[in-house]
Design a protein around this ligand. Structure first.
Ligand code: NAD
Ligand code: GLY
Length: 363
Protein backbone atom coordinates (compact mmCIF):
# COMPACT_ATOMS: atom_id res chain seq x y z
CA UNK A 1 0.00 0.00 0.00
CA UNK A 2 1.26 3.53 -0.85
CA UNK A 3 1.83 5.44 2.35
CA UNK A 4 2.79 8.99 3.30
CA UNK A 5 3.30 10.09 6.89
CA UNK A 6 3.27 13.54 8.48
CA UNK A 7 3.84 14.31 12.14
CA UNK A 8 1.81 16.84 14.10
CA UNK A 9 4.50 18.00 16.53
CA UNK A 10 2.94 18.69 19.91
CA UNK A 11 5.45 17.30 22.41
CA UNK A 12 3.83 14.51 24.39
CA UNK A 13 0.65 14.85 22.30
CA UNK A 14 2.45 14.43 18.95
CA UNK A 15 0.92 12.03 16.46
CA UNK A 16 1.16 10.79 12.88
CA UNK A 17 -1.19 11.47 10.01
CA UNK A 18 -1.01 8.51 7.59
CA UNK A 19 -2.28 9.04 4.04
CA UNK A 20 -2.44 6.34 1.41
CA UNK A 21 -4.46 3.84 -0.57
CA UNK A 22 -5.92 0.75 1.08
CA UNK A 23 -4.95 1.67 4.65
CA UNK A 24 -8.18 0.57 6.39
CA UNK A 25 -7.20 -3.09 6.37
CA UNK A 26 -3.80 -2.27 7.88
CA UNK A 27 -4.83 -0.17 10.88
CA UNK A 28 -3.39 -2.84 13.17
CA UNK A 29 0.07 -2.27 11.63
CA UNK A 30 -0.20 1.54 11.65
CA UNK A 31 -1.60 1.95 15.14
CA UNK A 32 1.38 0.53 16.98
CA UNK A 33 1.53 -0.19 20.68
CA UNK A 34 -1.05 1.21 23.10
CA UNK A 35 -2.51 0.37 26.50
CA UNK A 36 -5.97 -0.11 25.04
CA UNK A 37 -7.71 -3.48 25.29
CA UNK A 38 -11.08 -2.50 23.86
CA UNK A 39 -12.31 -0.20 21.11
CA UNK A 40 -15.64 1.40 20.30
CA UNK A 41 -15.94 2.33 16.63
CA UNK A 42 -18.34 5.23 16.04
CA UNK A 43 -19.54 5.63 12.47
CA UNK A 44 -22.67 6.74 10.59
CA UNK A 45 -25.32 4.79 8.69
CA UNK A 46 -23.78 5.64 5.29
CA UNK A 47 -20.18 4.85 6.15
CA UNK A 48 -20.71 1.83 8.43
CA UNK A 49 -22.06 -0.56 5.77
CA UNK A 50 -19.15 0.35 3.47
CA UNK A 51 -16.13 0.27 5.78
CA UNK A 52 -16.93 -0.86 9.34
CA UNK A 53 -16.18 -4.56 8.71
CA UNK A 54 -12.71 -3.79 7.38
CA UNK A 55 -11.94 -1.46 10.29
CA UNK A 56 -13.28 -3.72 13.04
CA UNK A 57 -11.45 -6.70 11.48
CA UNK A 58 -8.22 -4.76 11.47
CA UNK A 59 -8.66 -3.66 15.10
CA UNK A 60 -9.38 -7.25 16.14
CA UNK A 61 -6.13 -8.35 14.49
CA UNK A 62 -4.45 -5.80 16.77
CA UNK A 63 -5.84 -7.86 19.68
CA UNK A 64 -8.67 -5.48 20.63
CA UNK A 65 -12.16 -6.39 21.71
CA UNK A 66 -14.29 -4.28 19.35
CA UNK A 67 -17.85 -2.87 19.45
CA UNK A 68 -19.57 -0.74 16.83
CA UNK A 69 -22.07 2.11 17.13
CA UNK A 70 -23.68 3.88 14.21
CA UNK A 71 -25.34 7.30 14.26
CA UNK A 72 -27.63 8.98 11.74
CA UNK A 73 -25.68 10.81 9.04
CA UNK A 74 -25.78 14.59 8.99
CA UNK A 75 -25.09 17.71 10.99
CA UNK A 76 -28.06 17.10 13.34
CA UNK A 77 -26.12 14.24 14.94
CA UNK A 78 -23.47 16.70 16.15
CA UNK A 79 -25.55 17.38 19.25
CA UNK A 80 -25.29 17.22 23.05
CA UNK A 81 -28.06 14.62 22.95
CA UNK A 82 -26.01 12.31 20.68
CA UNK A 83 -22.86 12.97 22.72
CA UNK A 84 -24.65 11.96 25.95
CA UNK A 85 -25.97 8.76 24.34
CA UNK A 86 -22.42 7.81 23.37
CA UNK A 87 -21.08 8.67 26.83
CA UNK A 88 -23.79 6.48 28.40
CA UNK A 89 -22.84 3.68 26.03
CA UNK A 90 -19.16 3.95 26.98
CA UNK A 91 -20.08 3.91 30.66
CA UNK A 92 -22.57 1.02 30.52
CA UNK A 93 -20.18 -1.10 28.47
CA UNK A 94 -17.41 -0.51 31.02
CA UNK A 95 -14.95 1.28 28.72
CA UNK A 96 -11.96 2.60 30.65
CA UNK A 97 -9.92 5.76 30.13
CA UNK A 98 -7.19 3.73 28.44
CA UNK A 99 -9.51 2.07 25.90
CA UNK A 100 -9.89 3.51 22.41
CA UNK A 101 -12.68 5.42 20.68
CA UNK A 102 -12.44 5.23 16.88
CA UNK A 103 -14.12 7.85 14.66
CA UNK A 104 -14.87 6.30 11.25
CA UNK A 105 -16.58 8.84 8.99
CA UNK A 106 -16.67 12.48 7.98
CA UNK A 107 -16.29 15.61 10.06
CA UNK A 108 -19.59 15.05 11.87
CA UNK A 109 -18.52 11.69 13.28
CA UNK A 110 -14.99 12.97 13.98
CA UNK A 111 -16.09 16.12 15.83
CA UNK A 112 -18.72 14.23 17.87
CA UNK A 113 -16.58 11.21 18.77
CA UNK A 114 -13.59 13.44 19.53
CA UNK A 115 -15.73 15.51 21.89
CA UNK A 116 -17.04 12.41 23.66
CA UNK A 117 -13.49 11.02 23.96
CA UNK A 118 -12.31 14.29 25.48
CA UNK A 119 -14.88 14.35 28.30
CA UNK A 120 -15.47 10.65 29.09
CA UNK A 121 -13.62 9.96 32.35
CA UNK A 122 -11.82 13.30 31.76
CA UNK A 123 -10.39 12.09 28.49
CA UNK A 124 -9.73 8.82 26.67
CA UNK A 125 -7.65 8.12 23.54
CA UNK A 126 -9.29 8.39 20.16
CA UNK A 127 -8.30 7.50 16.63
CA UNK A 128 -9.44 9.44 13.57
CA UNK A 129 -10.27 7.40 10.46
CA UNK A 130 -11.68 10.13 8.18
CA UNK A 131 -13.66 9.09 5.10
CA UNK A 132 -14.56 12.43 3.46
CA UNK A 133 -12.13 14.70 1.65
CA UNK A 134 -13.17 17.49 4.06
CA UNK A 135 -12.25 15.35 7.05
CA UNK A 136 -9.00 14.03 5.53
CA UNK A 137 -7.62 17.46 4.66
CA UNK A 138 -9.02 19.40 7.60
CA UNK A 139 -11.30 18.27 10.41
CA UNK A 140 -9.48 15.08 11.50
CA UNK A 141 -6.21 16.96 12.10
CA UNK A 142 -5.65 19.39 14.93
CA UNK A 143 -7.85 18.17 17.75
CA UNK A 144 -10.79 20.58 17.47
CA UNK A 145 -13.84 18.65 18.64
CA UNK A 146 -17.36 19.80 19.28
CA UNK A 147 -21.11 19.69 19.01
CA UNK A 148 -23.72 22.25 18.02
CA UNK A 149 -26.37 23.98 20.14
CA UNK A 150 -29.76 25.04 18.77
CA UNK A 151 -28.51 28.62 18.81
CA UNK A 152 -25.24 27.99 16.98
CA UNK A 153 -22.68 25.66 15.46
CA UNK A 154 -19.66 24.27 17.35
CA UNK A 155 -20.56 26.26 20.47
CA UNK A 156 -19.50 23.45 22.80
CA UNK A 157 -16.13 21.88 22.23
CA UNK A 158 -12.65 21.01 23.36
CA UNK A 159 -9.14 20.58 22.05
CA UNK A 160 -8.34 16.87 22.23
CA UNK A 161 -5.70 15.45 19.92
CA UNK A 162 -6.18 11.99 18.40
CA UNK A 163 -3.56 9.25 18.85
CA UNK A 164 -3.26 9.08 15.05
CA UNK A 165 -5.12 9.96 11.85
CA UNK A 166 -5.46 7.25 9.20
CA UNK A 167 -6.68 8.65 5.88
CA UNK A 168 -7.39 6.01 3.27
CA UNK A 169 -8.06 7.84 -0.02
CA UNK A 170 -9.78 4.73 -1.41
CA UNK A 171 -12.73 5.53 0.85
CA UNK A 172 -13.24 8.75 -1.12
CA UNK A 173 -14.36 6.76 -4.19
CA UNK A 174 -17.82 6.25 -2.64
CA UNK A 175 -18.39 9.95 -1.89
CA UNK A 176 -20.96 11.88 -3.89
CA UNK A 177 -19.49 14.37 -6.35
CA UNK A 178 -20.98 17.18 -4.25
CA UNK A 179 -19.26 16.05 -1.03
CA UNK A 180 -16.02 15.54 -2.93
CA UNK A 181 -16.17 19.07 -4.39
CA UNK A 182 -17.01 20.41 -0.94
CA UNK A 183 -13.70 19.00 0.32
CA UNK A 184 -11.94 20.51 -2.69
CA UNK A 185 -12.88 23.97 -1.35
CA UNK A 186 -10.61 23.33 1.66
CA UNK A 187 -7.91 22.04 -0.69
CA UNK A 188 -8.23 25.30 -2.66
CA UNK A 189 -7.93 27.20 0.63
CA UNK A 190 -4.55 25.58 1.32
CA UNK A 191 -3.42 26.45 -2.21
CA UNK A 192 -4.33 30.12 -1.58
CA UNK A 193 -2.61 30.15 1.83
CA UNK A 194 0.57 28.39 0.63
CA UNK A 195 0.77 28.96 -3.15
CA UNK A 196 4.45 28.00 -3.19
CA UNK A 197 3.49 24.41 -2.33
CA UNK A 198 1.23 24.05 -5.41
CA UNK A 199 3.44 23.93 -8.51
CA UNK A 200 0.66 22.64 -10.78
CA UNK A 201 -2.83 24.11 -11.02
CA UNK A 202 -5.28 22.28 -8.78
CA UNK A 203 -7.86 21.87 -11.49
CA UNK A 204 -5.47 19.74 -13.57
CA UNK A 205 -5.26 17.04 -10.95
CA UNK A 206 -8.64 16.75 -9.38
CA UNK A 207 -11.76 18.19 -10.98
CA UNK A 208 -14.06 15.21 -10.93
CA UNK A 209 -13.95 12.32 -8.50
CA UNK A 210 -14.62 9.85 -11.30
CA UNK A 211 -11.55 10.72 -13.31
CA UNK A 212 -9.17 11.30 -10.44
CA UNK A 213 -5.94 9.37 -10.09
CA UNK A 214 -5.81 7.91 -6.55
CA UNK A 215 -2.04 8.26 -6.16
CA UNK A 216 -2.32 11.92 -7.21
CA UNK A 217 -5.19 12.42 -4.79
CA UNK A 218 -3.12 10.90 -1.95
CA UNK A 219 -0.38 13.44 -2.72
CA UNK A 220 -2.89 16.31 -2.58
CA UNK A 221 -4.37 15.07 0.72
CA UNK A 222 -0.90 14.61 2.18
CA UNK A 223 0.19 18.11 1.15
CA UNK A 224 -2.87 19.59 2.86
CA UNK A 225 -2.20 17.45 5.94
CA UNK A 226 1.39 18.72 6.04
CA UNK A 227 0.27 22.37 5.86
CA UNK A 228 -2.34 21.87 8.56
CA UNK A 229 0.08 19.89 10.75
CA UNK A 230 2.64 22.70 10.56
CA UNK A 231 0.08 25.36 11.50
CA UNK A 232 -1.41 23.30 14.36
CA UNK A 233 2.07 22.46 15.66
CA UNK A 234 2.72 26.21 15.95
CA UNK A 235 -0.61 27.11 17.60
CA UNK A 236 -2.46 24.14 19.04
CA UNK A 237 -5.14 26.13 20.88
CA UNK A 238 -5.95 28.67 18.17
CA UNK A 239 -4.64 31.78 19.88
CA UNK A 240 -2.79 33.24 16.89
CA UNK A 241 -1.38 31.70 13.72
CA UNK A 242 -4.05 28.98 13.45
CA UNK A 243 -6.70 31.61 12.68
CA UNK A 244 -5.45 31.69 9.07
CA UNK A 245 -7.15 28.31 8.57
CA UNK A 246 -10.38 30.28 8.77
CA UNK A 247 -9.74 31.98 5.45
CA UNK A 248 -13.16 32.29 3.76
CA UNK A 249 -14.96 31.05 6.87
CA UNK A 250 -16.36 34.38 8.16
CA UNK A 251 -18.81 34.78 5.31
CA UNK A 252 -18.91 30.98 4.83
CA UNK A 253 -20.22 30.33 8.35
CA UNK A 254 -22.56 33.33 8.02
CA UNK A 255 -24.11 31.93 4.83
CA UNK A 256 -24.62 28.52 6.48
CA UNK A 257 -26.20 30.19 9.52
CA UNK A 258 -28.36 32.60 7.48
CA UNK A 259 -29.81 29.62 5.58
CA UNK A 260 -30.43 27.68 8.82
CA UNK A 261 -27.92 24.89 7.95
CA UNK A 262 -30.67 23.55 5.69
CA UNK A 263 -28.30 22.05 3.11
CA UNK A 264 -28.53 24.99 0.69
CA UNK A 265 -24.73 25.06 1.03
CA UNK A 266 -22.36 22.36 2.16
CA UNK A 267 -19.61 23.71 4.42
CA UNK A 268 -17.17 23.68 1.51
CA UNK A 269 -19.54 25.50 -0.86
CA UNK A 270 -20.09 28.23 1.72
CA UNK A 271 -16.33 28.53 2.31
CA UNK A 272 -15.75 28.73 -1.45
CA UNK A 273 -18.02 31.79 -1.70
CA UNK A 274 -16.47 33.13 1.51
CA UNK A 275 -12.96 33.00 0.02
CA UNK A 276 -14.06 35.10 -2.96
CA UNK A 277 -15.53 37.56 -0.46
CA UNK A 278 -12.30 37.59 1.57
CA UNK A 279 -10.45 38.33 -1.69
CA UNK A 280 -12.81 41.23 -2.46
CA UNK A 281 -12.42 42.67 1.07
CA UNK A 282 -8.61 42.31 0.79
CA UNK A 283 -8.69 44.31 -2.45
CA UNK A 284 -11.07 46.87 -0.98
CA UNK A 285 -8.89 47.68 2.03
CA UNK A 286 -5.86 47.85 -0.25
CA UNK A 287 -3.99 44.91 1.25
CA UNK A 288 -4.61 42.23 -1.35
CA UNK A 289 -2.85 41.75 -4.64
CA UNK A 290 -5.01 43.36 -7.37
CA UNK A 291 -7.26 40.80 -9.06
CA UNK A 292 -7.00 38.26 -6.22
CA UNK A 293 -10.79 37.81 -6.01
CA UNK A 294 -11.01 37.05 -9.75
CA UNK A 295 -8.15 34.56 -9.46
CA UNK A 296 -9.95 32.83 -6.57
CA UNK A 297 -13.14 32.75 -8.69
CA UNK A 298 -11.30 31.11 -11.59
CA UNK A 299 -9.75 28.35 -9.47
CA UNK A 300 -12.94 27.63 -7.52
CA UNK A 301 -15.17 27.61 -10.62
CA UNK A 302 -12.73 25.21 -12.32
CA UNK A 303 -13.29 22.85 -9.36
CA UNK A 304 -17.06 23.06 -9.86
CA UNK A 305 -17.58 25.21 -6.75
CA UNK A 306 -19.95 28.17 -6.38
CA UNK A 307 -18.37 31.63 -6.22
CA UNK A 308 -21.49 33.63 -5.42
CA UNK A 309 -24.61 32.81 -3.37
CA UNK A 310 -27.42 31.26 -5.44
CA UNK A 311 -30.20 33.16 -3.69
CA UNK A 312 -28.22 35.72 -1.71
CA UNK A 313 -29.49 36.42 1.81
CA UNK A 314 -29.82 40.14 2.54
CA UNK A 315 -26.69 41.82 3.94
CA UNK A 316 -28.36 42.47 7.32
CA UNK A 317 -28.91 38.73 7.88
CA UNK A 318 -25.34 38.00 6.84
CA UNK A 319 -23.93 40.76 9.05
CA UNK A 320 -25.94 39.51 12.01
CA UNK A 321 -24.48 36.02 11.52
CA UNK A 322 -20.95 37.42 11.04
CA UNK A 323 -21.28 39.19 14.40
CA UNK A 324 -21.45 35.76 16.08
CA UNK A 325 -18.13 34.60 14.61
CA UNK A 326 -15.79 33.18 17.28
CA UNK A 327 -12.83 35.12 15.81
CA UNK A 328 -14.38 38.53 16.47
CA UNK A 329 -12.48 41.04 18.58
CA UNK A 330 -13.34 44.74 18.30
CA UNK A 331 -16.05 44.24 15.70
CA UNK A 332 -16.03 42.00 12.63
CA UNK A 333 -12.72 40.17 12.27
CA UNK A 334 -11.66 38.41 9.07
CA UNK A 335 -8.69 36.55 7.67
CA UNK A 336 -7.50 38.54 4.65
CA UNK A 337 -4.62 38.28 2.24
CA UNK A 338 -1.71 40.67 1.67
CA UNK A 339 0.25 41.64 -1.45
CA UNK A 340 2.57 38.67 -1.06
CA UNK A 341 -0.41 36.34 -0.71
CA UNK A 342 0.23 35.93 3.03
CA UNK A 343 -2.89 35.61 5.18
CA UNK A 344 -3.35 37.92 8.14
CA UNK A 345 -6.11 38.66 10.65
CA UNK A 346 -7.80 42.09 10.59
CA UNK A 347 -10.20 43.16 13.35
CA UNK A 348 -12.63 46.09 13.44
CA UNK A 349 -13.74 45.94 9.80
CA UNK A 350 -16.16 48.68 8.91
CA UNK A 351 -19.70 47.50 8.12
CA UNK A 352 -20.28 49.99 5.27
CA UNK A 353 -17.21 48.65 3.49
CA UNK A 354 -18.28 45.05 4.18
CA UNK A 355 -21.68 45.83 2.65
CA UNK A 356 -20.12 47.28 -0.54
CA UNK A 357 -17.99 44.15 -0.83
CA UNK A 358 -21.06 41.94 -0.39
CA UNK A 359 -22.77 43.86 -3.18
CA UNK A 360 -19.72 43.26 -5.38
CA UNK A 361 -19.89 39.56 -4.52
CA UNK A 362 -23.56 39.08 -5.41
CA UNK A 363 -23.78 41.41 -8.42
P1 NAD B 1 -20.23 14.73 7.06
O1 NAD B 1 -19.48 14.11 8.14
O2 NAD B 1 -21.64 15.13 7.31
O3 NAD B 1 -20.17 13.77 5.78
C1 NAD B 1 -20.86 14.16 4.60
C2 NAD B 1 -21.73 13.02 4.08
O4 NAD B 1 -20.89 12.04 3.46
C3 NAD B 1 -22.51 12.28 5.16
O5 NAD B 1 -23.79 11.98 4.65
C4 NAD B 1 -21.72 11.00 5.36
O6 NAD B 1 -22.52 9.93 5.80
C5 NAD B 1 -21.20 10.74 3.98
N1 NAD B 1 -19.95 10.00 3.88
C6 NAD B 1 -18.84 10.13 4.65
N2 NAD B 1 -17.85 9.39 4.16
C7 NAD B 1 -18.35 8.74 3.08
C8 NAD B 1 -17.80 7.83 2.15
N3 NAD B 1 -16.51 7.49 2.18
N4 NAD B 1 -18.60 7.34 1.18
C9 NAD B 1 -19.90 7.73 1.10
N5 NAD B 1 -20.47 8.61 1.93
C10 NAD B 1 -19.69 9.10 2.91
O7 NAD B 1 -19.52 16.06 6.50
P2 NAD B 1 -17.99 16.53 6.35
O8 NAD B 1 -17.99 17.50 5.24
O9 NAD B 1 -17.05 15.40 6.35
O10 NAD B 1 -17.74 17.31 7.72
C11 NAD B 1 -18.49 18.46 8.04
C12 NAD B 1 -18.38 18.67 9.53
O11 NAD B 1 -17.01 18.83 9.87
C13 NAD B 1 -19.09 19.93 10.01
O12 NAD B 1 -19.80 19.64 11.19
C14 NAD B 1 -17.96 20.91 10.31
O13 NAD B 1 -18.28 21.81 11.33
C15 NAD B 1 -16.87 19.95 10.73
N6 NAD B 1 -15.50 20.49 10.57
C16 NAD B 1 -14.69 20.42 11.65
C17 NAD B 1 -13.40 20.88 11.55
C18 NAD B 1 -12.46 20.73 12.72
O14 NAD B 1 -11.36 21.28 12.69
N7 NAD B 1 -12.83 19.97 13.73
C19 NAD B 1 -12.93 21.42 10.34
C20 NAD B 1 -13.79 21.46 9.24
C21 NAD B 1 -15.10 20.99 9.37
N1 GLY C 1 -10.59 23.99 10.72
C1 GLY C 1 -9.96 25.07 11.40
C2 GLY C 1 -9.00 24.65 12.42
O1 GLY C 1 -8.75 23.46 12.60
O2 GLY C 1 -8.44 25.48 13.09
Amino acid sequence: MGLERTCVELGPRSYSVFVGEGLLGGIDELLGEGDWRRALVVTDDNVGPLYADTVTGSLRRAGLEVALNSIEPGENSKSMHEALELIELLATSGMTRVDLLVALGGGVVGDLAGFVASVYKRGMPFLQVPTTLMAQVDSSIGGKTGVNLDCGKNLVGTFHQPVAVISDVETLSTLSEREYRSGMAEVAKYSFLRPEMWPTPLAESAVSLKGVDKAQLAKVVNRCAAIKAEIVSGDECDTGLRAVLNYGHTLGHALEAATGYDGTYTHGEAVSIGMVYAGIVSEEIGSGPPGVADRHREVLASLGLPTTPRTPPGFDAVLDAMRHDKKNRDGITMVLIDRDNNPFVRAGLETGMLKCCYQRLVS
